[in-house]
Design a protein around this ligand. Structure first.
Ligand code: PGA
Length: 256
């Protein structure tokens, strides 16, 4: 008897590299993603981590700090690069991503200060800053593991829809929904610009862990995972990355 094999479509073959896991809730997502990072660190002391800000990874940092406090992890040889920062903004400003990272993570683990990097929101010469940031990532040997959130419009980092696949760290204009309406401690000022690692910078990471939580992410998650690869959904490029894991809570996975 001849066995019949269904031929995989080109699209299905591409999609086999994405590992999608659905966790019960945000708490579980946070714990599982912290363990994911911890495992990579236990394999490589001088891990180069790409980090993200936003609501989604808050639980990941909280849990990673907890694991650190048990004495299991040592961050002393770790180097980190954050995806993005508002521009212009002082790193000391309460709304800066530098402050977010300090308060939620850097102040609680033993990463030497000079080994944590964010694009400098107070840089005068923007192009120089972006080029230096890109060079710094390369001189650290590239990113081993990049953590990503996803915007409701599909952005990764602040690579908004329409971003070029070949983009590197650069100054970008934010879409209306991502504009910061108030800068703390400053007279009324909207912040609609940011420095962000590019799509290419992200794609060069050895491995990617993308996190999404909540019903408001369900539609974009479905478009990213089940839809076409399109510049209108920047996260969809991850189908072409060789090693991507996506952790979703049930709400974020509800339209798959
Ligand atoms: P959020 O942001 O985690 O606050 O939802 C994600 C993002 O915009 O990348």
């Amino acid at each position: 008897m001849r066995l019949k094999y269904r031929k995989l479509s080109y699209r299905e073959m591409l999609y086999t590299t994405m590992e999608v896991k659905v966790l019960n809730n945000y708490d579980e997502l946070s714990k599982k993603s912290a363990v994911f990072v911890a495992k990579r660190l236990l394999q490589k002391d001088n891990l180069v981590l790409g980090l993200a800000t936003g609501d989604t990874p808050k639980g990941l940092y909280r849990e990673l700090v907890k694991i650190y406090q048990t004495g299991l992890l040592d961050f002393s040889e770790v180097t980190t690069f954050n995806l993005d920062e508002y521009y212009p903004i002082s790193p000391e400003n309460a709304a800066s991503f530098a402050t977010f990272m300090k308060e939620r993570f850097f102040d609680h683990v033993n990463i030497p200060e000079d080994q944590s990097h964010l694009p400098d929101g107070s840089a005068q010469e923007v192009e120089k800053e972006c080029k230096e940031y890109e060079d710094l990532i390369h001189s650290a040997g590239g990113i081993d593991l990049q953590i990503l959130g996803i915007g409701t419009n599909g952005h990764i980092g602040y690579n908004e829809p329409g971003s070029k696949w070949g983009s590197e760290t650069r100054l970008v204009t934010l879409k209306e929904e991502n504009v910061l309406e108030d800068v703390p401690g400053e007279p009324a000022r909207k912040l609609n610009k940011a420095l962000t690692m590019g799509i290419k910078s992200i794609m060069q990471a050895q491995e990617v862990l993308l996190l999404a939580s909540g019903r408001k992410k369900a539609e974009i998650i479905a478009r990213t995972i089940d839809g076409e690869i399109s510049r209108e959904v920047p996260a969809s490029i991850l189908h072409l990355h060789p090693s991507v894991t996506i952790y979703l809570d049930r709400d974020a996975a509800s339209e798959l």
